[in-house]
Structures are given as C-alpha cells and as structure tokens.
Design a protein around this ligand. Structure first.
Ligand code: UT7
Length: 325
C-alpha cells in the first residue's frame, strides 16, 4: 500500500544579533550566573532589537530553510507559523511571511500552542500533506518572548529569549511502515485546567494590553517531565518501537534539568539528546526547530535515522513527533 509522507527537505534558523548574558541580567535583577547555569543550563539568550519583529525573525529562518530545500516561494502551497508573540493581534505572522516571500497563492495561518507550537504546527502541516490538500508546506516557529517579559521578575526574565526556526515539508511516497522516510506520527495533548501554571496576564479581550508572562516554575517543571515522557512513549508505542531505537531526541529547550530529568525517566542516553538551551534559552515555539537545524547542520542527524521532537508549554499543551530522517 502506498501512503503520503511529509518529508523534511530543508531546515533553517535565525537568532537576533543582540546577546544578553547572565552577567548582563545580574545588573538588572537580583540573580547571578551561577544560579542561572545551575538551575537552567542557560548561559545567554538573543534579544530582538527595537523594531525587530517576530515576522522579521521568521522570514530569516524561512528563507534559510527554503535555501537548504532548494525551493522558491512558487513551490509553496501552505505556510503555518507557530507563535505566541505575533507582530499584531491580527493578521497572522504567516500572512506577513507569505507577502514577503512573494507567494500569491495557497494559504497562510498561525497556530497558537505556546512552547509546543512547533509540534502542533508540524502536526497540522503533516495532516494537510497526508490528506492530499498540500504538497509543499513551510512550517515556522518564531518568537519575540522578550516582549512578554516582566524585566523586574527574576523568576521568568532569565529564562526566555527570541529566535526562529523553520522546516520545509514535502509530500513523498511511503509504504505505510516505520522504514518510510518522513513524519511517522505526531501526538498532541492539552489540559486547559492547568491555565494558571503558565499564562500571560493580558490580551485583547481582557485587559486590552499585551500583558506579561506569569509562571509557577516548580509546578510547570514537574508537569514537563511527566508529560514529555508520556508523549515520547505514545509516539514510540504508536510506531511499535522501543525508545532505545530512537537515534536523536530534539526537545523543547526550556531548561537543561528538564532535558536531563526526562532522559533519566525513560532511560535515554543523554548523548542522544540535542541541547542548545545554553545559547538561546527558552525561545518557546522556535526552540525545537532551532535545535533541529543545529543538529542537522553539524551532521549529527543523518538520513535514515529516527528523530523524536517534543515540547510542552502554556495551556498546558504538549506533544511529540516521530520522524524517519
Ligand atoms: O517552556 C515551558 C515552560 N517553562 C518551563 O518549562 C520552566 C519550568 N520550570 C523551571 O525551569 C524551573 O522551575 C525554574 C528554572 C523556573 C526555577 O528553578 P527551581 O529549581 O524550580 O527553583 P525554585 O522556583 O524552586 O526557586 C528556588 C529559589 C527560590 O528562593 P527560596 O524561596 O528558596 O529562597 C527563588 O526565589 O531560587 C530563587 N530564584 C532565583 N534566585 C536567583 C528564583 N529565580 C531566581 C533567579 N536568580 N533568577
């Protein structure tokens, strides 16, 4: 039996030029490099310059991914952007990218699942491809989380950063088994009862302001390890494989301790976990494609290998994607 599979044919990344180190932050709030590194693994984050918008970061990552894929805008049927920090309340960042790329057909829209956004957007794109409704899709995760920070709150402002990552998906043929190249499955979950653990205290229909990110860090941490481990297990179970058969884990880059805790819980060799959190902190929906682009560019991820992407974020939302590279 022949089936349609979404194959990743290009990855891209972009980080703003401005870098904010832990030492820089210690001048603003009561914190220090030692605490931040020990509790999070973060050394620095990139911050968008004044006037630099989420769509600017998204555009750079998108063109990088399209260059690697060797395609132009005329090949795209769909753009899906995962973001929680759009330029404007509407329209979508995706339509801004569509215009900047000169794409005059197809559709473009945003997906909102906060730090899990890229996994959700990838799942949406994969379903469009498998349904035969799109052949080539640009999926972007892009954020300017610095705009949601309360820069007087040391419990959050040291954690987040700005950035963007992107992939180009193209429909390919498969046999319907695990040997197929492309997305083998995606698993999405959410639990809206956990709103209060991680949210922004503003919005168009409440305060009429953008608001600031609020988080009960310790509680989110506990849910992260449990939920991410469950999502990884769900992907492996659906594919009928053991977790030990997965070659690379590309997690949402929130905190090195969450990456380590999840690996420990599932008996994963830490050498198989791609970590870029030290260099850009938590970039929300951008973090998975940023880490993916890094591990593809440096040659760690090779054709034929099994790659597992996962994330958890506000909502709470969480999920995973299992891909044969
Ligand atoms: O993207 C998905 C969403 N986000 C996450 O996944 C984040 C999940 N949570 C975390 O990563 C961790 O919980 C944090 C990094 C946020 C905090 O680490 P923790 O080990 O859970 O620390 P804690 O909240 O238990 O705080 C320990 C102490 C507290 O002081 P007391 O009460 O023990 O005196 C905090 O006030 O550390 C203090 N603290 C800080 N000290 C120096 C909190 N933030 C800072 C700081 N610098 N920046």
């Amino acid at each position: 039996m022949s089936v349609l599979r979404s194959q990743i044919i290009g990855c891209g990344a972009f980080l703003p030029r401005n870098v904010l180190t832990n030492t820089d932050l210690a001048k603003r709030v009561d914190t220090n490099d030692e605490w931040i590194v020990a509790r999070t693994g973060i050394h620095r984050r990139h911050i968008a310059a004044e006037g630099e918008k989420t769509s600017d970061l998204a555009f750079e990552a998108a063109t990088d991914a399209m260059r690697h894929a060797g395609i132009g805008a005329d090949a795209l049927d769909l753009i899906v952007v995962a973001t929680t920090t759009p330029d404007e309340t509407f329209p979508a960042v995706a339509t801004a990218i569509q215009a900047r790329l000169g794409m005059t057909r197809g559709a473009a829209f945003d997906v909102q699942a906060v730090c899990s956004g890229f996994i959700f957007a990838l799942s949406v794109a994969d379903n469009f491809i498998r349904a035969g409704q799109a052949k080539t899709v640009l999926v972007i995760g892009a954020e300017t989380m610095s705009r949601l920070m309360d820069w007087s709150d040391r419990t959050t402002c040291v954690l987040f950063g700005d950035g963007a990552g992107a992939v180009v998906l193209r429909a390919g043929e498969g046999k319907g088994g695990n040997a197929d190249r492309g997305v083998l499955n995606t698993k999405l979950f959410s639990d809206g009862r956990l709103h209060d653990l991680l949210y922004v205290d503003g919005g168009p229909s409440t305060t009429g302001t953008t608001g600031y990110l609020r988080m009960q860090g310790r509680e989110v941490f506990k849910h992260a390890v449990t939920n991410i481990a469950a999502a990884i297990q769900a992907s492996a179970d659906e594919a009928g494989i053991a977790i030990s058969e997965i070659d690379w884990f590309v997690p949402h880059q929130a905190n090195q301790r969450i990456l380590d805790g999840t690996a420990r819980k599932l008996g994963i060799d830490p050498a198989k976990v791609v970590s870029t959190v030290a260099d850009h902190g938590n970039t929300s929906a951008a973090s998975v494609p940023l880490a993916l682009a890094t591990a593809v560019a440096d040659g760690r991820i090779k054709p034929g290998q099994l790659v597992l992407l996962e994330a958890m974020g506000g909502g709470l939302t969480w999920g995973s994607a299992l891909i044969r590279w």
